[in-house]
Design a protein around this ligand. Sequence first.
Ligand code: UDP
Length: 316
Amino acid sequence: MKTMLVTGGAGFIGSHLCEKLLDEGYKVICLDDLSTGDEDNIQRLLSDDRFAYLQHDITKPLAIEEEINHLFHLASPASPVDYQEMPIETLLTGSSGTHNALELAKEKGAVFLLTSSSEVYGDPQVHPQREDYLGNVNPIGPRSCYDEAKRFAEALTMAYHRKYGLDVRIVRIFNTYGPRMRKDDGRAIPNFITQALANEPITVYGDGSQTRSFCYISDMVNGICKAMFSKEMSGEVVNLGSQNEITVLELAERIKKLTNSNSKIIFKKLPEDDPKQRCPDISKAREILSWEPKVDLDAGLNKTIEWYMNKKSIKI
Ligand code: UDP
């Protein structure tokens, strides 16, 4: 039985990934310092004897006795509110944390997957974003702690590949949503759903004309697994995300309708350096991984809304 290590395994994406890996018959070691993750997310997995949870900060060196075959490195704050509250921790996680994770993969001879982000493209001037677009990042702006941490993490990952021949792959995750996103993580979907369910004002930043494309969690974990287990991905980077681009105002209206809410939509100041337009080109994922998202936005939003209403475990 192969062993998978997932850093950030108690987070939103990490916990769904741990679950899927267990479903597929692997042993899973989940590492998390719970700075933005939550033990509730993995509660149901703790009784499985193929699952082990270690509370550990990845920026501190770690020793693990077990053999590890594949290492998924997800650990990092990821919501703009979280990473701007923890800018130094975020930079250290991307740098020292990624270094520790890569060293562990090298020691174990494990295949390494880095979850990077669409934020490496910054406020993109090319649309949609292909993997060979080099980005438009403000290196001293408020988002730079995350953007540059991910860019550094990508560079370090490729350095281990070139220098040591480590089998690595990088996925750039675009906006992803679903059950287990923290209600208070500050991102658009959790904010809009909690506001709509409470009939409180829905806070759209700026005039809401900025765009995003939202990928449902089950599609995202499928893409991450395909990238990890594809031999063609060695030394490669691939975008994972939805191509269904909508404005933030449309998203607010959609959530208001799906929740039958009486909320008003109000407009607040646009955060500095907020990307104006974002949508991945996923031709490479389609070609190499035969992957594309399957769950449409209304279906995914309905499942997410249901989870926020019940806070119970639902099948994604
Ligand atoms: N946003 C918004 N209202 C909110 C939270 C976010 O209008 O209450 C906007 C935010 O300014 C951005 C988009 O929604 O343009 C997506 O933000 P999110 O934090 O979800 O993710 P990002 O794509 O910025 O990482």
